[in-house]
Structure formats: structure tokens, C-alpha cells
Design a protein around this ligand. Structure first.
Ligand SMILES: [Zn+2]
Length: 236
């Protein structure tokens, strides 16, 4: 991995989204000395079968903090409402300012198509905020910053057209990831969906596909189409 410490921003719609889908990669980078920030646009407070949105919001924020501490990351949860995430300039500039503050080298966010509208909205907000943040002529308190690399993480709700083209061996951070995600009540099915079963199986399956017997666990990412263009005097 790179020598120079990188800043990595993982932007999810709800607290737990990027932790679930990119947590093993984030832990791997944090372990190597890079700065990792998980930004959730909403706490994701409406997904609990019993708790009120208000109570679950506080629980979810506490869980996100405990999870991030184990992953070696920082976490920020914005105050937008679950299922009502808007796409407008107010939120886009808010994220733009966070990008200018954190100066990420790498942005990890949702794939563009999802069964959850907050996820596809978060994708759009992330890319528009990257554009605003990078444009020198957009004057904000902090100077412009362009994020060089963008990746989309593998989330069970965002699989419409998702095709991974990066496989990362995450064997070394799998146990750490499971410990971190177990800070969320949802991990063990507490909110009615078997997250742990899905993401543990996915990590094993992706290792088989990407590495055969050479890795025990793996996570995937997809890159934007333009990042895959090869410019070379001959065949790559
Ligand atoms: Zn979500």
C-alpha cells in the first residue's frame, strides 16, 4: 500500500451503510496509518421494529461511534432524516465543505442504483459535492480540493447493475470488522434482516471469486467508468 498517509472518506446514506460494505477495507487502511472518516448523511433512524425514530437515532449514533472506534476510523453523522434525504444545494454544499476540510484522496460511496432512494440520493450528493469541492471558482470558506479516486462499495441494497472490478484481500481485518459491526444491533438481525449472515458470506464468496485459495475473505469495489479508461501508446 501507499507510503504517504492518505485521507479516505466513506460516505453513506445511513449510519452502518459504509461500515457494512467497506468496513474491512477501511480497517485495513486505518491499520496502515491512513486517516479514515465515515460520513453518514442520516442516522438511519426509521429502521427499528420497536424503537421510536428518536430513540433509535440516539442508539444508532452511539453504535456508529463504537463501530468506528474499533475500525480505527472517525465518524460523523449528519442530521438529515431517514427516508427523506433530499438532493439539493444545501446538503451538497454541506458535504462540499466537509470534503474541503478533510481533503480526501479517496472517496468511497454508494453505487448509483439502489432499492433504497436515500442510497441513490447519497450517490448523487457525493459526486456533486466532489465536483463543487474541486471547483476553484466556487468560493467557500476553505480552498478547493479535488478527490482523485472514487469507488463504489458493495451494499446488498445497491446491487442493480453493480459489477465489482476491484477485489481487496481483507482476510486480516475480517475479525476486526465483525467485532466492529456487532456494535450495531442490526448486525445480528435485531432489526429483522440478517446482516451478519449476508456480509460474512459475501466476504467469503468474494475471496473465492477474486483470489481462489489465496485469501480467506475479500471485499469488492466498483470504479466509475472513466476511471477504467486506459491511455497508453500500446495495448495495456
Ligand atoms: Zn442504508
Amino acid at each position: 500500500m501507499e507510503e504517504k498517509p492518505l485521507s479516505i472518506l466513506a460516505l453513506g446514506a445511513h449510519a452502518a451503510d459504509q461500515e457494512l460494505s467497506a468496513g474491512m477495507i477501511l480497517a485495513k487502511y486505518a491499520r496502515a496509518g491512513h486517516r479514515v472518516t465515515i460520513l453518514s448523511l442520516t442516522p438511519g433512524e426509521k429502521g427499528h421494529p420497536v424503537l421510536s425514530a428518536e430513540d433509535y437515532k440516539h442508539q444508532k449514533i452511539r453504535e456508529a461511534e463504537a463501530c468506528a472506534a474499533i475500525l480505527g476510523a472517525e465518524t460523523r453523522v449528519l442530521g438529515y432524516r431517514d427516508a427523506e434525504l433530499p438532493v439539493n444545494d444545501a446538503i451538497t454544499f454541506e458535504v462540499c465543505d466537509i470534503i474541503r476540510e478533510l481533503k480526501p484522496d479517496i472517496l468511497i460511496t454508494h453505487w448509483e442504483r439502489s432499492i433504497h432512494k436515500d442510497h441513490s440520493n447519497a450517490h448523487k450528493i457525493a459526486l456533486d459535492a466532489r465536483f463543487y469541492a474541486g471547483l476553484r471558482r466556487i468560493e467557500r470558506e476553505l480552498p478547493s480540493h479535488w478527490i482523485n479516486k472514487v469507488y463504489y462499495s458493495e451494499n446488498w441494497e445497491d446491487m442493480d447493475g453493480y459489477e465489482p472490478d476491484v477485489y481487496v484481500d481483507t482476510s486480516e481485518t475480517f475479525d476486526q470488522y465483525c467485532g466492529a459491526l456487532s456494535q450495531f444491533e442490526l448486525w445480528d438481525g435485531g432489526t429483522g434482516w440478517p446482516y451478519a449472515d449476508y456480509y460474512r458470506s459475501l466476504a467469503r464468496m468474494r475471496a473465492c471469486l477474486g483470489f481462489g485459495k489465496r485469501a480467506q475473505y475479500a471485499s469488492t469495489l466498483a470504479r466509475p467508468k472513466d476511471a477504467k479508461v486506459v491511455r497508453s501508446p500500446g495495448l495495456p
